[in-house]
Ligand binder design. Structure first.
Ligand SMILES: NC(=O)c1ccc[n+]([C@@H]2O[C@H](COP(=O)([O-])OP(=O)(O)OC[C@H]3O[C@@H](n4cnc5c(N)ncnc54)[C@H](O)[C@@H]3O)[C@@H](O)[C@H]2O)c1
Length: 285
């Protein structure tokens, strides 16, 4: 590759890599796929050849994403379904629709999540409970439905939980997020033990901060973080990028690439693990 083509995004690093087509013929469902990381992962799975159900409570945005994907990759590459991950019947319906459309399921990615950030002494119980409901019960309901289908099909499969580096290293004044994201890592470990005999792998990814397209990183959240860190709002993103060993802004497609690899046969020995994709901020021992 010529030096000109290999334009660096940080230091000597190449730009965000393209996604290899390693999931041809697979079917997937992604929760939280209307925006941010869930959307980036859904797009990555489609690029890798999978047919993907984009499930989210925000149907309008999910529809828009499906229109764009269909324009790029052709009819049948995706399906948009409304799902409230905290509602058992809604989650079951989303999986039923996916099976009816794709005829099976191979991959489930749970990404619908929220991050209500308050100091402990000011934390209202409502947002606390909502975080537990979406980030833990939502992951449980999606994984349970996926596991029921994958076990019944008897052809293995892959369940991937989108956790966070905050599940490994607590972030300040963010206790509901810290606790639920740590909980997701342990859910993956336990479910890996249960589902291993069925050839179903369960793993977690722990991304660092991903700003592009994220509704979690909205203006109000950035202002809260700025106050917490004693920064101006405009300094927040450069501050977090500066915390990474690579000095690199992580893009949704970086995380999508890791998810695609985890879902592929190349990762057939990987289960119960946490793959940290944070440009070198939290180091697991
Ligand atoms: N952005 C980051 O810096 C970052 C870093 C690490 C991990 N994550 C994780 O990635 C996931 C997505 O984060 P994001 O920053 O892209 O956020 P986001 O707000 O852009 O996306 C979250 C999506 O979840 C959906 N959602 C919320 N409640 C729902 C419900 N009850 N049922 C169905 N869908 C619902 C929202 O409509 C939204 O489309 C979260 O689990 C988050 O913890 C994000």
């Amino acid at each position: 590759m010529t030096a000109r083509k290999r334009k660096s995004s940080a230091g000597g690093l190449p730009p965000v890599p393209t996604i290899p087509r390693v999931l041809d013929g697979r079917a997937a469902l992604v929760t939280g796929a209307a925006s941010g990381l869930g959307l980036g992962i859904a797009q990555g799975l489609v690029r890798a050849g999978a047919r993907v159900a984009l499930a989210d409570i925000d149907l309008a945005s999910t529809r828009g994403a499906c229109v764009n994907l269909t324009r790029e990759f052709g009819g049948g590459c995706c399906l948009c379904v409304r799902a409230d991950v905290t509602d058992e019947a809604s989650v079951e319906r989303a999986f039923r629709q996916t099976l009816a459309e794709f005829g099976g399921l191979d991959i489930c990615v749970a990404a619908a999540g929220i991050a209500p950030a308050y100091p402990l002494v000011d934390f209202p119980v409502g947002p606390w409970r909502k975080a537990l409901d979406i980030n833990l019960t939502g992951y449980f309901l999606a994984a349970r439905e996926a596991a029921r289908i994958l076990v019944r099909q008897r052809r293995g499969g892959s369940i991937i939980l989108v956790s966070s580096k905050s599940g490994l290293e607590a972030s300040k004044a963010n206790s509901a997020y810290n606790a639920t994201k740590a909980g997701e890592l342990h859910l993956a470990r336990g479910w890996a033990l249960e589902l291993g005999p069925h050839g179903v792998r369960v793993n977690a990814v722990a991304p660092g901060n991903v700003f592009r397209g994220s509704k979690i990183w909205n203006k109000a959240y950035i202002r809260t973080v700025a106050r917490k860190r004693g920064l101006k709002a405009s300094e927040v993103i450069p501050y977090y990028i500066g915390l990474t060993a690579l000095g690199l802004e992580i893009q949704p497609q970086d995380v999508a690439g890791v998810v695609v690899w985890l879902a592929s046969d190349a990762a057939r020995t990987i289960t119960g693990q946490t793959i940290v994709c944070d440009a070198g901020q939290v180091f697991v021992r």
